[in-house]
Write a protein of this length. Sequence first.
Length: 357
Amino acid sequence: ILCGPVARVSKRTTELSILISHSVHVESSTEDLGSARPAWVIGILASVLIFTTVVDVLGNLLVIISVFRNRKLRNSGNVFVVSLAFADLVVAFYPYPLVLYALFHDGWALGNTQCMVSGFLMGLSVIGSIFNITGIAVNRYCYICHSFSYSRLYSYRNTLLFVALIWVLTVIAIVPNFFVGSLRYDPRVYSCTFAQNVSSSYTVAVVVVHFLVPIAVVTFCYLRIWVLVIQVRRKVKTEENPRLRPSDLRNFITMFVVFVLFAICWAPLNLIGLAVAIDPTRVAPRIPEWLFVVSYFMAYFNSCLNAVIYGLLNRNFRNEYKRILFILYEFHCYMFFFCLKLYLPGKCFDNFTVVLK
């Protein structure tokens, strides 16, 4: 019978060996997972990711172009929106196509360097998104609850500095992964991503710093705003003349929905990671593979939602989307008739246009 420090060391060694054996078991049992899964499962996962990628690219490009084109949308608050759109675009242009490649080829065949780059960009997008959502919440809180000092706090120069700080903190938050060795290919989700089973303490730190703390800050900001909204509606604080026009309320609700959807999409994966890290010996073997995969693809899906939410809930974004799409449609029609005029004889082209009219 072991007691004292020897018992504690023995217990810790046993837990660590079980965690390592579980990790090895997961990796070895999922190396040929692509071929073991039915074709319809691969088809569903690929379809979800293709849809997510297409909507992500088109939607977030629309967001960025809309802010630059529309004077009503060019404000300090929407600088964070553009930054968030950029964070969502990062995964669509590089990591998602590589995940699709791994899906269709039953594994990773692109080498370790591509894996590290893909994992880094995936982390850049995820952490950049939550930090930008936090920045948006703080911005909305200052705009509505501290309106008198807002213009000074969020001048054009200060806003750019805040956004730059967000991305600097994002990069700093990702760098430790290279020293811990937590960026690895996971065959269950066909992705080079953060491995939750490398270090329990590091996984707990990641979930707390990258998810729970930002969620707490955003929740505090939005609760304070909701309290002010209720007080204004009940005429409690009219003497303070808070800045709360109908358009401000709509913008706040839009960003609140963005936050709620982010929390819903990312909570399952983070809670799984936290549970495994706290008690790896009992929890890790009990996590169903389907739950882990669904939680990952829910997180993937979040990157395409923000642009859709802006279009549904924000009139200025919706109108600008329509203008941009109409311009693209007109350009497409112009190029179509221009090509016809080049390749069809003049008389034939004239008859064709008459028929179309």
